[in-house]
Design a binder for this molecule. Structure first.
Ligand SMILES: [Ca+2]
Ligand SMILES: [Ca+2]
Ligand SMILES: [Zn+2]
Length: 630
């Protein structure tokens, strides 16, 4: 009886676990799911006394219906990854142009009604649109767009109903969304107003300056900008809400590395949801990669996106999973979907996060700082993709005391203990993540370095001897070294033992070539390398940095005491600037030799080693304490 009862509890526990799996459904997936197609009636009207129409019906036929062209329908097809497009309401692609009188006192509803009467008078039977024959034509049965010369480029969306009644035609009540635009409105204004008809929210904010050129729902109307055909895609939240994408969900508490494809590669386009399980699910981030560049030389209608890089959206939903709304002025407010721009997470601004950037700790809407940083790696332009990762700067204390640390992938971490063996050489340790403690390796030394794979560390002894762990055996390697840096695939750099310079603090740089150490015609007092081994870095005794560019050693503008470079080329440095008792400010910059503008990470320490995939960092502080980002 008791056993049965226990079994029951276990079963329900496990099914609860499965049930608790967080999916995009909890972030608004499909809340405004569109059908695969909707019928669209495109009407042209010309009012006397205004600038006459300049385009004929054929122009609008191409503008709306030309698949494979820069057209309205192609825009929706690409944004929805083929999951949604418009169908002409009848065999007639464009209705009109009709000559219709309109004055300043004509209401929007009357203007629409007058146009619909022309459609009816030219032989269209509206009862045909009432598929379920309930005498009401609803939004799932018809959508209307009216283009006219009342304005040149303006746009608005409304419906066939006002507060008191709905338009009636052919014995049917019309409850139909209507987009209205000027006859020379931009492609983005037309798509913006049509996106309203399927439920889209304005994301330009109370001050009409938010998310500019990052979403269809930004401000699209530019005065006197006639027939503008520039295009950029919809934001990821709307796409998900319409059911056009199914983003994967990740808890920010678990560091990870991902690749995202831009709308330019529209079939592969994807966004991901990043949330904090401790913060709840109504506030979260969506991340996507955007680029103005063409993929395979073809336009995907996102070339006019504001900038290239990772776009980080912060979204707040109400309990009905629709965007929250914050009043800003007496009459206007913001829907809670904001791009957080480079370099300071400015809300609603539109600078995407570029190659090799690193965000400050992400902030929530109420100003509270999260412990999460997004680490932007590199664009892969041949695939219109971008790699990024994130890590949790709630640091995790590792037991013990260390003086040197070196990190490979898959949690393979090696260190030199603070304790020494009596000959000035420190015990070699390796980290066991399951035990969260160090295990002992039968080796001692003063310097240690491991390549990206983390399996074959190199150790230098105080007397200059060089050892390499191969097949679980420490093998002595010929030569004499005072520092060592291991890149992938056997590219090894050392500083030799021969003192150079007046104070003897400089040692010659060598590269391993076969079994020889080949001079690199430079000297320094410590050495680090990028993962490819193409661009080693050295530091002088006072922290002056030089980087080898393949031909010569170039002086870099930083002062550093330690360096670590991830596989994408982002350089982390322990700067020469003391922060507090636990160490110096940790900076980061790019390893391209051009961007030497190092910025603060907000972290502090004395020795560092980044996880090669950029998903975290290990830090030793001035007291020898080791911490790891989560
Ligand atoms: Ca109906
Ligand atoms: Ca805009
Ligand atoms: Zn709008």
């Amino acid at each position: 009886m008791i056993i049965k009862h226990l079994a029951f509890i276990l079963v329900s526990f496990f099914s609860m676990q499965i049930f608790a799996q967080v999916t995009s459904m909890e972030f608004g997936q499909d809340v405004m799911k569109t059908p695969g197609t909707k019928k669209l009636m495109v009407i042209l009207a010309e009012h006397p006394g205004k600038n006459p129409l300049v385009h004929d019906a054929l122009y609008y036929q191409n503008l709306f219906w030309g698949f494979g062209h820069r057209s309205i329908n192609e825009y929706f097809r690409l944004n929805s990854q083929g999951k949604f497009f418009w169908l002409p309401a009848t065999t007639l692609p464009i209705f009109g142009p009709y000559q219709i009188n309109r004055t300043n006192s004509t209401s929007l509803k009357t203007a629409i009604e007058n146009a619909l009467k022309e459609v009816k008078d030219s032989g269209t039977d509206f009862t045909n649109f009432d598929s379920n024959q309930d005498k009401i034509i609803t939004s799932d049965e018809l959508t209307i767009i009216l283009l006219d010369n009342w304005t040149e480029v303006n746009g608005v969306s409304t419906s066939t109903c006002d507060d008191t009644s709905c338009i009636r035609i052919d014995g049917c009540k019309l409850e139909v969304p209507v987009a209205l635009t000027g006859h020379r409105a931009s492609l983005m204004t037309i798509t913006h107003e049509l996106t309203h008809t399927i439920g889209g929210f304005d994301l330009y904010g109370a001050l009409v300056n938010h998310n500019n050129d990052l979403t269809t729902m930004d401000a699209t109307i530019i005065a006197n900008d006639l027939d503008n055909m520039d295009a950029y895609h919809l934001d990821p939240w709307h796409r998900m809400a319409f059911g056009w994408i199914n983003p994967k969900v990740y808890d920010l508490n678990q560091a990870n590395s991902l690749r995202l494809f831009a709308p330019a590669n529209w079939k592969k386009y994807d966004s991901v949801i990043l949330y904090d399980a401790n913060h709840g699910e109504h506030e979260f981030f969506m991340v996507e990669y955007r680029t103005q560049s063409l993929y395979q030389n073809k336009s995907s209608l996102d070339e006019s996106v504001a900038s290239n890089g990772l776009v980080i959206w912060r979204i707040n939903l109400k309990s009905d999973l629709m965007p929250d709304w914050y009043p800003i002025t007496a009459s206007a407010g913001d829907y809670a979907i904001f791009a957080l721009a480079s370099p300071d997470l400015a809300k609603g601004q539109n600078i995407a996060w570029p190659n090799l950037s690193l965000t400050p700790s992400l902030i929530w809407e109420d100003g509270e700082k999260s412990p999460f940083k997004i680490n932007i790696h590199k664009e892969i332009s041949s695939e219109a993709a971008m790699d990024f990762s994130w890590f949790n700067t709630s640091f995790f204390r590792i037991p013990g005391c260390a003086k040197e640390i070196t990190v490979g992938i898959d949690n393979r971490v090696w260190a030199l203990d603070c304790n020494q063996d009596g000959t000035g050489n420190h015990y070699v340790r390796y980290y066991n993540p399951r035990l969260n403690n160090w295990l002992v390796s039968p080796m001692t030394g003063v310097k240690i370095s491991v390549d990206i794979f983390g399996k074959n560390p190199w150790v230098i002894k105080k007397n200059g001897e060089i050892y390499n762990l191969v097949s679980n055996q420490w093998k002595k390697v010929s030569g004499c070294a005072t520092d060592i840096a291991a890149a992938a695939f056997g590219k090894i750099f050392i500083l030799g033992c021969q003192a150079i310079g007046p104070i003897g603090s400089l040692k010659p740089v060598y590269q391993k070539v076969g079994n020889q150490w080949k001079s690199m015609n430079f000297s320094a007092s410590s050495i680090a390398t990028d993962q490819s081994g193409k661009n080693p870095w050295v530091l002088g005794p006072t922290g002056v940095a030089h980087r080898y560019d393949g031909v010569t050693w170039k002086r870099m503008s930083i002062c550093a005491q330690d360096l670590s470079i991830d596989k994408y080329g982002k350089v982390f440095s322990v700067s020469c600037e003391n922060a507090n008792a636990s160490g110096n400010f940790i900076h980061y910059g790019a390893n391209d030799g051009v961007n030497v503008d190092f910025k603060t990470t907000g972290l502090v320490g004395k020795k560092i080693s980044v996880i090669p995939d950029g998903s975290g960092i290990w830090i030793i502080n001035a007291m020898g304490q080791v911490t790891k980002s989560l």
